[in-house]
Write a protein that binds this ligand. Sequence first.
Ligand code: NAD
Length: 458
Amino acid sequence: MYKIAVAGTGYVGLVAGVCFAEMGHQVTCVDIDQSKVEVMKSGISPIYEVGLQDLMIKNYESGNLKYTTDYQSAYKDADAIFIGVGTPEQPDGSANLSYIATVARQIAESVEKDCLVVVKSTVPVGTNDKVEQFIQDFLVNDVKVEVASNPEFLAQGSAVHDTLHAERVIIGTESKWAEELLQGIYKPFNLPVVSVNRRSAEMIKYASNDFLALKISYMNDIANLCELVGADIQDVAKGMSFDERIGSKFLNAGIGFGGSCFPKDTKALEYLAKQNGYELKTVQAAIDVNKEQKTILYKKASRRLITFNGLKVAVLGLTFKPGTDDLREAASLENIPLLLEQGADIYAFDPVGADNFAKVHPEGQNGRGSITYVSNVEEAIKDANVCFIFTEWAEVREVAPSMYKELMRTPLVYDGRNIYSVDKMEQAQVEYHSIGRKTVERQNMKEANERELHAARS
Ligand code: NAD
């Protein structure tokens, strides 16, 4: 078993650290945020991920897992130091590597024995070469430090499962020593390991994420065309999914991708290409389509209504996807300011994301409009004039179409996640706008009513 330190206790670092401990390694998780460290020591997870808190408590109690802000003591005699700090987007689209640089310097000044530094953060191709050089430049003791790449593929919302049962572990190394050490650390996971050189490992991460982003934007583009030509995107996706070359995942159309990875990783790869004199046209298209898609429902609703001023607007879902409290690049963050600007009175429901959202938009008056956080869907939609669905939480999925008709002042629903059957919404007499499918207009509902009446009479 190995002595491991992990720098950064966000989604990637904390989950990795906890899972290494679960596999029997001696792990110390390091963060600069003292309050976060105190919270973790008290047995509480600072992020919401299914199963994470239980594993944190179990491994903390067994002594396999520690939390600290004292990086020196954590790094000085570690066999491997994993870096999982953020690499956020900069205004020009490039990745901000300052957090990585800080950790690299802290490592250089702390290590007292040979160790492997493993970069888990998503970094542009070539960064690990620079990290290695940077560490050499600042190294205080006469020890060997090598850098390896081990990009992370977990999805928020299923991070623990994705780590313990990863489809593959990518390791990018430049020496047999580094490769064997990483193989050893991952041995107890019993997962397929793909061993490549460092630059290829860095590229695999971007190429994979950007491919998925492209797939989403492609389906959204096709969905928008489906609406214009009378096809149904869900039927189209179903038909496509039988082709093994296409696969059945990531074919759902919606209001675009968000989260901490796809938006920034598409821009970072595009930036890297530009830096190297290459234009990555496919990725640029994915970015452009996504930008338009984020507010497509707002634009549709603006055409349908004279104004949002003074309207009660229900918003169901604030996080960028279900299963997480993360709001980064969520559709809600783009649409809610637009609605508030127009004077809407928003009633928002999200089972775990409301507290984080309230930090950006506190409850009460927000400019011309207002926002109220409610604890269930019913409260949000009661007497509402219009409802937007931004996140497909189970609590939203299980609301019957008839509830919108019953509770809303005007049963007018804009669904960015296509969670309802168009026919069922029509039967429930809800005016229903979704993505890439038939719209249930007032007119359709009248006709459906008349058909029902006619059938009842005859
Ligand atoms: P995050 O922002 O949630 O967490 C980063 C943590 O690092 C914070 O707790 C911060 O306090 C800490 N930190 C900053 N400087 C530090 C230092 N010098 N020493 C110790 N800790 C420090 O980030 P995240 O979402 O976990 O992402 C981390 C990296 O992993 C990014 O490069 C991201 O692109 C990549 N990644 C993220 C995901 C994901 O789903 N979130 C998936 C795959 C890859």
